[in-house]
Write a protein that binds this ligand. Structure first.
Ligand SMILES: Nc1nc2c(ncn2[C@@H]2O[C@H](COP(=O)(O)OP(=O)(O)OP(=O)(O)O)[C@@H](O)[C@H]2O)c(=O)[nH]1
Ligand SMILES: [Mg+2]
Length: 244
């Protein structure tokens, strides 16, 4: 399945070259789109240099730090203008292990959306401080409690959408930015009746570079869940989608 792996970057100079190499080595089916927000450390220029030598690597430049959510939406649109059958989200900082990528492609044969899950069949998070783990795990329980969405890890950012899913969603309606972007995408896919499948992944804390998580991102996630649920009348189940 021809797949585009979208990697948003902001100051990931130390990670990006190794990441690209590792991702492309997994399978000839994948290409990559780096969406760089004019990183002060020059990640964008570095991506251009790599892309110039490798036709499987593409780069989108944005003028400044516009957020993760809009970076992915821009990437999704770019993919839909081309002939990719699947589109993946992945972080640049090696928290998502490239070696797990083929498992997503395999699972996509029987799913519309494949979600890499840290919290299905146990908890697999390496090197996070307990505080951060509790925040993330607590958020996942909170999302499930309020929306009824049967997903163990709704804030994770290692995932795959089949092309027809992105084509069916109204991407212009998606406004959230940080963790809530992941929640919102899952929720919209679930409400639309698509098949969401979780596969176990192991998440490792970033080794180099700095985190971009902020208090604002956490608050956004807390209230976005209520906004989404209210917009759908607090409906807690979906109707199966008629076969296409
Ligand atoms: N283009 C773009 N990329 C971003 C932006 N914010 C974060 N990213 C990238 O999105 C991915 C996830 O961001 P991280 O900073 O790793 O966020 P996190 O995983 O929640 O936190 P840490 O791993 O602790 O840093 C990384 O590849 C970042 O470089 C942004 O505003 N624009
Ligand atoms: Mg990270």
């Amino acid at each position: 399945m021809k797949t585009l792996v979208i990697v948003p970057t902001y100051n990931e100079r130390e990670n990006l070259p190794r990441l690209i190499e590792a991702v492309l080595a997994t399978t000839p089916e994948v290409e990559m789109l780096i969406v760089d927000d004019n990183s002060p450390d020059g990640t964008g220029g570095l991506a251009d240099e790599i892309a110039a030598k490798n036709p499987r690597v593409h780069v989108m430049h944005r003028p400044g730090k516009l957020g993760l959510g809009t970076a992915y939406i821009a990437g999704f649109r770019w993919a839909l203008e081309r002939d990719y059958e699947a589109v993946m989200e992945m972080d640049a900082d090696f928290s998502h292990d490239p070696r797990e990528l083929p498992a997503f492609l395999a699972a996509a044969k029987d799913a519309d959306v494949v979600i890499g899950s840290r919290y299905k069949q146990g908890v697999r998070v390496v090197d996070w401080p307990l505080r951060r783990l509790l925040l993330s795990y607590g958020a996942s329980r909170y999302v499930r409690l309020i929306t009824g969405m049967p997903i163990h890890d709704p804030t994770g950012g290692f995932k795959l959408f089949r092309r027809h899913v992105l084509a069916a969603l109204n991407l212009e309606q998606v406004h959230s930015e940080g963790y809530s972007f992941q929640i919102e995408m899952n929720y919209r896919c679930w409400m639309a009746g698509f098949r969401l499948v979780e596969i176990p992944i192991t998440f490792v804390d970033r080794r180099v570079g700095v985190s971009k998580i902020s208090r604002r991102i956490v608050w956004e996630a807390l209230w976005v869940v209520w906004r989404l649920a209210a917009a759908h009348g607090f409906r807690r189940r979906t109707k199966p989608r008629p076969a296409a």
